[in-house]
Design a protein around this ligand. Structure first.
Ligand code: GAL
Length: 437
């Protein structure tokens, strides 16, 4: 009954958005949002036959499908605006963000782009004055009532809100092949020690690389979850607010653990995308992969099923902690198609947009009123954990450090992958923090 009511109200919202969009001089529209509250939507008076350029790195493996699902909602609501999808391939935006940086440098911004909530947004784009504040849209859409309180400070500066979060992703997830584990008589490891024991047993049993890894950003991703496991949430968070020293013994211990974990990974990691590393687990060539929950979007897209094809747990040693990141979309300062970009952001922040996007993308909605019946088993567990766990930020995906600090850490990781020198690595991390100010 409740579900039917929500679906009906959702339909009303889309119809109202369509009606508003079709009217060339549309202004205020009062709609009933799912959940029953009234939302007054000031729909931008979008010129007929306009377009919006949206920039992301969602080009494959569940991610493109998720974006496509949200574009369907957008097209239904705004049939007169052409959606120009300027996605650039490459996991974690490694390529896309380089292209974006040169476009911003050349004063040629896309109307709206994907930017992670946290320091990537505030310490990079806001610091460079590249974004328009969106408080007016939050007021009009009533978003402060439905977006998590923990997220708003991460997308705000001096009272101005700078992006529209579309999801919450979890980075500290261990994915495993259940058949491989059962055949080897291994349980899903809960602690780092259990994990080392399992990895060693699999290696001794003849599996060359029990932990699948991909290109360098996935190494940083592994690093952040192992440091969390080794140090605990308070110390991990303390690394970013200056209360825990990078030359401390607990960092040394974390780096030792990380170095040890790397000995169980595949030698061709640098040549593999995150999806390739996930595929090694599905194939049974590797038993485990540590990756954000977009990996489940990929698993589902290639037809694998939870419990039989893959199982999951928090990265060993991190149960009760939710290492998070949030994809959000921004409005470029002087966006070439400002009104159309606002229309896009309206959909990105809507319940319909988020409930179309997230079940496919492999993330949970940023909004707190998502329709649970649309989400699979893993994502339901993520929703529950997000509500109860200790929340800490991701490094690789923009929450805890701005781009310049992160790039110094990335350089240090690159060198460490070559020389394996833990002391040198730690010294480089200390220097990275000093350079970041
Ligand atoms: C992250 C992003 C996710 C996913 C992942 C892999 O940075 O937040 O949505 O796209 O990269 O590409």
């Amino acid at each position: 009954m409740k579900r039917k009511t929500l679906t009906f109200l959702g339909l009303l919202l889309v119809l109202a958005m369509v009606a508003a969009a079709c009217s060339s001089d549309s202004e205020d529209t009062t709609t009933t949002a799912a959940g029953g509250t009234e939302e007054t939507t000031t729909t931008a008076a979008v010129a007929m036959d306009s377009q919006v350029e949206v920039f992301s790195w969602w080009t494959g493996g569940g991610e493109a499908a998720g974006l496509d699902a949200m574009i369907v909602v957008f097209n239904a609501a705004y049939p007169n605006i052409e959606f120009v999808n300027s996605a650039v391939a490459g996991g974690a935006g490694t390529n896309a963000r380089a292209v974006l940086a040169s476009r911003l440098q050349a004063n040629d911004p896309p109307d709206s782009w994907q930017g992670h909530a946290g320091q990537e947004l505030i310490g990079t784009y806001v610091a460079a004055d590249q974004l328009e504040a969106l408080n007016f849209l939050y007021d009009e859409m009533g978003w402060l009532d439905v977006m998590p309180e923990t997220l708003i400070p991460l997308i705000s500066k001096d009272g101005n809100i700078y992006s529209v979060p579309v999801n919450i992703h979890r980075s500290n997830v261990l994915w495993a092949n259940p058949t491989v584990l059962a055949d080897a008589g291994i349980e899903m490891p809960a602690t780092l020690d259990d994990f080392f024991t399992a990895l060693e047993a699999l290696k001794t049993g003849g599996m060359e690389a029990p932990l699948a890894m991909g290109e360098q950003w996935t190494t940083m991703h592994l690093f952040e979850t192992i440091m969390l496991a080794s140090m605990g949430p308070d110390a991990w968070t303390g690394l970013w607010d200056g209360s825990v020293a990078w030359d401390s013994a607990e960092v040394t211990q974390g780096l030792d653990d990380f170095a040890k974990i790397l000995t169980y990974t595949n030698e061709d990691a640098a040549a593999l995308a995150w999806q390739d590393a996930g595929q090694l687990v599905l194939d049974g060539s590797s038993a485990f992969n540590i990756m954000g929950d977009w990996q489940e979007g990929f698993f589902r897209e290639v037809g694998s099923e939870p419990q039989t094809g893959y199982i999951w747990a928090a990265t060993p040693g991190t149960d009760g902690n939710f290492q998070f990141l949030s994809d959000s979309f921004v409005l470029a300062k002087s966006a070439p198609d400002r009104d159309a970009a606002i229309a896009w952001l309206t959909v990105a922040g809507s319940l319909e947009g988020q409930d179309a996007f997230n079940p496919v993308k492999g993330s949970i909605p940023a909004r707190s009123d998502g329709d649970r019946s649309l989400y699979g088993e893993y994502l339901l567990s993520a929703m529950d954990d997000w509500a109860t766990d200790t929340v800490v930020g991701s490094l690789t995906h923009g929450v805890v450090a701005n781009d310049s600090w992160k790039s110094e850490i990335d350089t240090a990781i690159g060198l460490f992958l070559i020389d394996g020198d833990v002391a040198g690595f730690q010294a480089a991390l200390v220097a990275a923090q000093e350079a970041s100010g």
